[in-house]
Every structure is written in C-alpha cells, then in structure tokens.
Ligand binder design. Structure first.
Ligand SMILES: *Cc1c(COP(=O)(O)O)cnc(C)c1O
Length: 356
C-alpha cells in the first residue's frame, strides 16, 4: 500500500456558503502530491496543505503540453457515507491517457487509495445540500527543466478537491448547441480519446464563437469529413431517434470514453432500450427531425450528469427538440444516475465506492 506522509495544515480555511459554490472556484485545505523520477518510479506520496507549487520556467509541460487530467466526484449520502462513483473507471482511463501521452502509468490500487485518503482528509468539505458534491481533479504534468522536445523524465501527480454547487439550481434547462463546421476538436490518430488539457486549449475558439452567437456549447463534428457527430463540448452525446438510442461509437479514437456515457448505455440496455453505438452523420439528425422522428438529444458527463439539448443550430438551420424541454429518457437517466451517485437507492451494480 502507498505509504502516504501527512503534513496537515494548522490553519484550515473557512468553508464557503453551500448555496453559492458554483464550479471549481473553491479548494479544500489539502492536496495529494507524488513525484516521478526515471529509474525510481513514482515516489514520495504526500498529503500537504493546498497551496502554490514552484516550477522551473523551463518545465516541459509549460512548453510542450505533456499533461493529463481526470475528473470525478465524491457524494454525501443520506446515511452519512461519502461515495465515489466508479472511480476504477477513471483510473483505468487515466492510464489509457498516460499511454497516449507517454506519461508513466500509475498503480491503480495506489491511486484508488490516494483518492480515498485525500477525500477522507478533507471529508468536512464534502457539501451536503441537495445536488452539491466534491469535485476531484487528479492530474499529471511533465516537470523536466528542458527545452528540447522529448518525453519528460520527471513528473508530478496531484489531486486537488473543489466543493461544487448543484448543476441545476432551478430545474433542468435544456441547452442551445452550435454545430461547429470551421474548427475541429480531434482527429483519428490524435488525442481525442485522451483526457488532456491540449484538447481543451484547441477547443476554446469554437466555444468562444458559439458563446458570441448565443449558444452554450459546441457540437463537434469529426475532423476528417466534418460529417459525423463526435461530442458536445466536454460531454458525450446521445440521440433518441424513433424510440432507439444512438450514440457515436468509440472506434475512431476521437471521442472521450465517458464514465457517464458507459453508465447510461448500461442502464438503458437494462431497461430494455436498443442502444446503437455507431458513426452518426449530422445530416441524419436533420433528416430524422424533418421526419418527426428525432425524439430527444442529450449530453452526458460528470459535471452535469445529463444535459438535455433544446436546440441545435447549424449555420442558418435550427432544430428545436422536444419543444425545448427535457425528454422522458434524459429525465429517467438523470433521476436514476443521481439517485445512485448520492446513495439514495440501493447500488445493485457495485458502482458506488465508499471512502471508508
Ligand atoms: C471528461 C469528458 C467527458 C465526460 O466523461 P465523464 O467520464 O462522463 O465525465 C466527455 N468528453 C470530454 C471531451 C471530456 O473531457
């Protein structure tokens, strides 16, 4: 087991108002840190006060972007337990990303232990108001002070924690999505399947354009043909067409394999729905809508769980879905997933992992 050294703060911060948390603005009292050195492996795991770190201005991450991250949440259950949702899936994906970015892999058992220990250390920071949770952000970056382009020989692994507010404070409002045809997020053979900061850096311009036009998120099309649907912002996307559920397949490697996506597919199949993972041309969505067969569409991801799509705008064309309201399948998925995550229903699938 990882031998974590604890150096706890003697100056804890006041906790923020749970009704005004927002997302990613407040950080807890501690953080987990571990270093990697070639020849030595991962070493010096420690839990220390949350604070600034010092880094050489030549640190490779700052120049060539060798960095990865993950995102999951801890939920406060009615019986007082603190639950993680399928953390093993995030750890598995962490190592998939590491392999793609030539970052050394981590030991899955060590990382699960570290996740539990850092959340236990700051357990008083897990907010209790309905819909609130503790967002967990593990990340790794290259620290070699060197300006040549190569794989770094040293890294830092860190976990920071942020109490976050209810995503939907006044009911679930469907979002307006802009179909992006100029910029692309990922291509086959690229890093779309990996959770890396660089993907986000490349997508900001599309996000900015959409925001200027009054849209909340971007629908990304495939980078080669600009024809097939990839993702919506930082969410996977599902379409209900004539009662069947369709979602882009993972095979081209340009889509992030979401834990929420996998969980939705499993639930839907258990409920008897047909779920098809395939290449979906955006034109098909337009045609299904014209034929009155586009029942609903929604995004999935850890932050919002389910984000119904109320409107799709492609150039001059507009598609209004389900009269701009949440559809029954999105609602059912949202209700079931959030009930499992917050420990309100028995966990028959072994998805919830208590921290102790
Ligand atoms: C993290 C992420 C998702 C959602 O993954 P979850 O595991 O469900 O949170 C989807 N798309 C992108 C690009 C992401 O970074």
């Amino acid at each position: 087991m990882l031998d974590i050294k604890f150096a706890l703060t003697d100056n804890p911060k006041p906790k923020p108002d749970q009704t005004k948390l927002g997302f990613g603005r407040y950080f807890t009292d501690h953080m987990f840190v571990m270093d990697y050195t070639e020849g030595k492996g991962w070493h010096d795991p420690r839990i220390v006060p949350f604070g600034d770190i010092s880094l050489s201005p030549a640190a490779m991450v700052l120049h060539y972007g060798q960095e990865m991250f993950e995102g999951l949440k801890a939920y406060y259950a009615p019986d007082g337990r603190i639950l993680l949702f399928r953390p093993q899936k995030n750890i598995e994906r962490m190592n998939e990303t590491n392999r793609r970015l030539c970052i050394p892999e981590v030991d899955p058992d060590d990382i699960l232990f570290a996740l539990k220990e850092i959340v236990k250390t700051d357990r008083d920071w897990v907010p209790k108001l309905p819909g609130t949770s503790l967002y967990i952000r593990p990340f790794i970056f290259a620290t070699d002070p060197f300006l040549g382009v190569r794989i770094s020989k040293t890294y830092k692994f860190m976990i920071i924690l942020s109490p976050v507010g209810a995503y939907y404070e006044s009911g679930i409002n469907p979002v307006k999505i802009y179909v992006e045809r100029e910029y692309v997020r990922a291509v086959k053979g690229g890093t779309g399947r990996a959770k890396v900061g660089g993907n986000y850096a490349a997508s900001l311009i599309g996000q900015k354009k959409a925001a200027e036009l009054g849209y909340a998120q971007v629908l990304w099309l495939d980078g080669v043909h600009r024809k097939y649907v990839d993702e919506v912002g930082a969410m996977n996307v599902f379409f209900v067409i004539d009662g069947e559920i369709h979602t882009p397949s993972l095979e081209d490697g340009s889509i992030l394999p979401g834990v929420t996506r996998a969980s939705c597919i499993e639930l839907l199949r258990d409920w008897g729905y047909t779920v098809v993972e395939r290449k979906i041309a955006f034109d098909e969505i337009v045609q299904a809508n014209a034929a009155g067969k586009l029942n609903e569409a929604f995004g999935t991801g850890t932050a919002a769980v389910i984000s119904p799509i109320g409107e799709l705008c492609d150039g001059g064309e507009q598609i209004i879905l389900n009269e701009g309201k949440i559809g029954p399948i999105a609602q059912r998925l949202y209700d079931e997933l959030t009930a499992i995550q917050w420990g309100k229903v028995p966990d028959t699938r072994g998805w919830s992992v208590p921290i102790d």
